[in-house]
Design a protein around this ligand. Structure first.
Ligand SMILES: Cc1ncc(COP(=O)(O)O)c(C=O)c1O
Length: 318
């Protein structure tokens, strides 16, 4: 994403052109990874633009910031409005919306609780993170890199620095020709993907690691648990071994950017018959109907984006 493709960025209360949204090279976050962010999706429905589970993402952003002692200088409602305003100003669907909370600079020195906490929000065109065909299945590599324990870096905080591990695992998998990495925790149990949660199906039950694991508590994960239970599928949150993963009948990743990506193969072990399984397909079906606004049952997950009174002309965004 080049700056001039990112359209308008909301930065500390104002919408500015992306090229004007600047941060000091001495910003604390750039040096020490102390920052938190969100990944949110905007979708187009027959009733207009919507943002999926916006308030839940904003609540998680605030909790992520709390872990790192960053007081965001905006309320939950103000952040919700800022995200909606950024989406409306850019008017791109589907979109990937990225709020980031960071300590501005210049300020070096790790122990720093006084430097200004800033918020910036971008809304860019969304792609399928795991490839345009990922809805039909991807190949994943069991990563040699383990998740950092949550008593070192709390995984439930979506912190910038946590993504060093995701980068190592994800790029290692990519260089070996896989679409994504599966990470184990330091005890050898299943954790998550580099940017997704993971589910497996065994004997007609859906399993996923629980909140005590070293995982981000994904909002797509939570949506899938609701959808699966409403479909009548038993859902169990528990620690899962490598054996339980490799011999699963079905497996899939969930994430805002990845959406729901069936896993066909993990490190040359074919999952099920190598095709998306029936439970995965049923859950995908309801999820995609939901985000398109075709599933009244979950309509409350869709936050409307009112069109701008005066739309920003496309030309002025370039
Ligand atoms: C490490 C990690 N786990 C899980 C997820 C899935 O979370 P969500 O469904 O809220 O996007 C993400 C993506 O945000 C992630 O980066």
């Amino acid at each position: 994403m080049l700056a001039n493709e990112a359209g308008k960025i909301w930065m500390n209360g104002s919408l500015v052109e992306a090229a004007e949204a600047k941060v000091s090279v001495l910003a604390h976050t750039l040096h020490y990874g102390v920052g938190v962010f969100e990944g949110i999706r905007g979708y187009s429905t027959s009733k207009g633009g919507v943002i999926f589970r916006l308030r839940d993402h904003v609540k998680r952003l605030i909790l992520s910031a709390k872990v790192y002692k960053m007081a965001i200088p905006y309320s939950e409602d103000e952040i919700v409005d800022a995200v909606v305003g950024t989406q409306a100003a850019n008017d791109i669907y589907p979109s990937y919306i990225r709020p980031i909370v960071y300590r501005d600079g210049p300020a070096l020195g790790v122990k720093n609780l006084t430097t200004k906490v800033s918020l910036a929000i971008a809304a860019i065109p969304a792609k399928k993170y795991l490839g345009e065909k990922s809805d039909n299945g991807i190949r994943a590599k069991l990563s040699p890199f383990r998740k950092v324990r949550s008593d070192s870096l709390p995984a439930m905080s979506k912190a910038v620095g946590n993504y060093l591990g995701s980068y190592l695992a994800g790029t290692d998998a990519q260089q070996d020709g896989y679409e994504e990495a599966v990470l184990l925790d330091s005890n050898g149990y299943l954790a998550e993907g580099s940017g997704e949660n993971i589910f497996v199906v065994r004997g007609g039950t859906l399993y996923t690691p629980g909140p005590e694991g070293d995982i981000l508590l994904g909002i797509t994960r939570d949506s899938v648990i609701h959808i699966a239970q409403d479909l009548g599928f038993p859902v169990v949150q528990k620690t899962l071994s490598v054996g339980e993963l490799l011999t699963a009948e079905e497996a899939f990743f969930t994430g805002t950017y990845a959406e729901i990506a069936p896993i066909r193969e993990i490190s040359h072990y074919v999952i099920g018959n190598g095709k998306p399984g029936p439970m995965t397909r049923d859950i995908q079906d309801v999820f995609y109907k939901t985000v398109r606004g075709e599933e009244p049952r979950y309509a409350e997950w869709l936050h409307p984006v009112p069109p701008l009174a005066k739309p920003v002309p496309r030309a002025s965004r370039r």
